[in-house]
Design a protein around this ligand. Structure first.
Ligand SMILES: [Cu+2]
Ligand SMILES: [Zn+2]
Length: 246
């Protein structure tokens, strides 16, 4: 595998050398594009091979990521201050992504309202959630077909608490969401059915309440959350049984 990678890199380096001497002689936009394309291809191969090698050396090592949600620094005083945690897990680079969403701070009167959550392009919170850019859209498609279009989440008791087993985003490969941001919106995602240009860009989901940057982590936070999830489910079942038999 390593030999193949080295071969690819040498091949690319050789072509780059020929190309760069041509560029010095007579730069053309076509040539620049070819160089750019080749660079992108080599980067893709590099990323894929290194991630595969990592997975092969630790066959049971799933990929994990964490995102600690904080209220946007530019939030006005009337908006709720949402905090919490989004955890991601992917059993292998090609496997589907799963996630736990655990958020609190929504106003109680908003129970059963729906809030949109997306992955945005930049992991830049210097201007609060406003500097996270548009939806992460590596393939230039319309909303709601972006990899981080996670949809709407129902608020219960001022809280969003959900496990999702199959999300379209990935923690591996050239379109990994690591280093990008998760944004929680004040409104509901119209899922592209709003009949206006913004609907197929961002779902008209309203102001950005809270956000975080997706970073790598070990298995521990996920294991803890999974345990808590089971316990909460059991408590809920027990209290329902008690109500039913009372
Ligand atoms: Cu968004
Ligand atoms: Zn989108």
């Amino acid at each position: 595998m390593l030999a193949l990678l080295c071969g690819c890199l040498l091949l690319a380096a050789g072509s780059m050398h020929t190309l760069s001497s041509l560029v010095l002689a007579e730069p053309s936009p076509d040539l620049m594009k070819q160089i750019g394309d080749m660079y992108a291809k080599v980067t893709d191969i590099w990323q894929e091979l290194t991630q595969r090698r990592e997975a092969a050396s630790q066959p049971n090592a799933a990929l994990h990521a964490v995102c600690r949600v904080q209220p946007s620094a530019t939030l006005d005083a009337k908006q709720p201050r949402v905090t919490g945690l989004v955890l991601f897990r992917q059993s292998a680079p090609e496997a589907r992504l799963e996630a736990f969403f655990d958020l609190e701070g929504f106003p109680e009167e908003s129970n059963n309202s729906k809030r949109a959550i997306h992955v945005h392009q930049f992991g830049d919170l210097t201007q609060g959630c406003d500097s996270t850019g548009p939806h992460y859209n590596p393939l230039s498609v319309l909303h709601p077909h972006h990899p981080g279009d996670f949809g709407n989440f129902v608020v219960r008791d001022g809280r969003v608490w959900k496990h999702q087993a199959s999300l379209p985003a990935s923690l591996a490969g050239p379109h990994s969401i690591l280093g990008r941001s998760v944004v929680v919106h004040a409104g509901e995602d119209d899922l592209g059915r709003g009949n206006n240009p913004a609907s197929v860009q961002n779902g008209n989901a309203g102001p950005r309440l809270a956000c975080c940057v997706v970073g790598t982590t070990g298995a521990e936070p996920w294991t803890r959350q999974a345990r808590e999830h089971m316990e909460r489910k059991k408590r809920r079942r027990d209290s329902e049984c008690k109500t039913a038999t009372a």
